[in-house]
Design a protein around this ligand. Structure first.
Ligand SMILES: *Cc1c(COP(=O)(O)O)cnc(C)c1O
Length: 223
């Protein structure tokens, strides 16, 4: 594994995708997903200038966080969160990407010491195995989330199906982008909806084309 080389290659792809989409590179944050590597590898990523780290499980998040909390890191929790674990983790998280139910939002409201930056997870493809609100559910749930002052909805997060062809992936990311725009226009309190968390190792170039502001990349860093 050559972290430096992999990082360079990822940032080159991001650069190219931004140029092609006529977007500013500073508006696309590369989030390194460290779920398959140990603390020393995560630490090595920080040494080469990575600022955003993500984990999808609470135990692994806390392990990395405890070890590296004195470094300059923006912390992302990207996986589904069980309600009983909210209190252990939520106040250490800079961005939570997987808000997928009203009950979870209520639990965060109860446990958070300050407003938490959250992404609503949307399931555009309708895959049963995927978490997240359908686009229709989003509009129903927003008025209720609006009552919760510890939830700050910064944007939408979505995951394209693993086996989807490129046309389907384009479609899904474009729908997420349209929905985000619509929600931003609603201009609700505590719901800026400026961000789009989408794109993983296999599809981040496509995601950037459709306006992703956070790409979540694991495998490509560690191959
Ligand atoms: C693992 C994971 C990623 C990173 O996936 P890669 O294909 O390894 O880049 C991104 N988002 C979520 C939610 C994940 O669980």
């Amino acid at each position: 594994m050559n972290l430096e080389k992999n990082k360079k290659s990822i940032f080159e792809q991001v650069h190219k995708a931004c140029v092609a989409a006529n977007r500013l590179e500073e508006n696309v944050k590369v989030v390194a997903v460290t779920k398959h590597v140990d603390i020393s590898t995560a630490s090595a990523l920080l040494d080469i200038g990575i600022k955003h780290l993500a984990e999808n499980r609470v135990d692994k998040f806390l392990e990395k966080y405890e070890a590296l909390k004195d470094r300059d890191v923006t912390w992302h929790l990207i996986g589904s969160l069980q309600r009983r674990k909210v209190k252990d983790v939520i106040n250490h998280v800079d961005y939570f990407h997987a808000l997928d139910s009203l009950n979870l939002a209520k639990e965060i409201q109860k446990r958070a010491a300050h407003p938490i930056n959250c992404f609503l997870q949307v399931n555009i493809s309708g895959e049963e195995s995927k978490h997240g609100f359908s686009p229709d559910e989003v509009n129903l749930v927003l008025p209720q989330i609006a009552e919760l002052d510890k939830i700050r909805l910064v944007g939408l997060m979505t995951i394209a199906p693993l086996d989807a062809d490129s046309e389907t992936i384009h479609n899904i990311f474009e729908q997420a982008a349209q929905l985000r725009q619509e929600l931003q226009r609603q201009d609700r309190k505590n719901m800026p909806f400026t961000e789009l968390s989408m794109g993983m190792s296999n599809d981040y170039e496509i995601a950037i084309q459709h306006g992703a502001t956070f790409v979540r990349i694991g495998t490509s860093f560690f191959k």
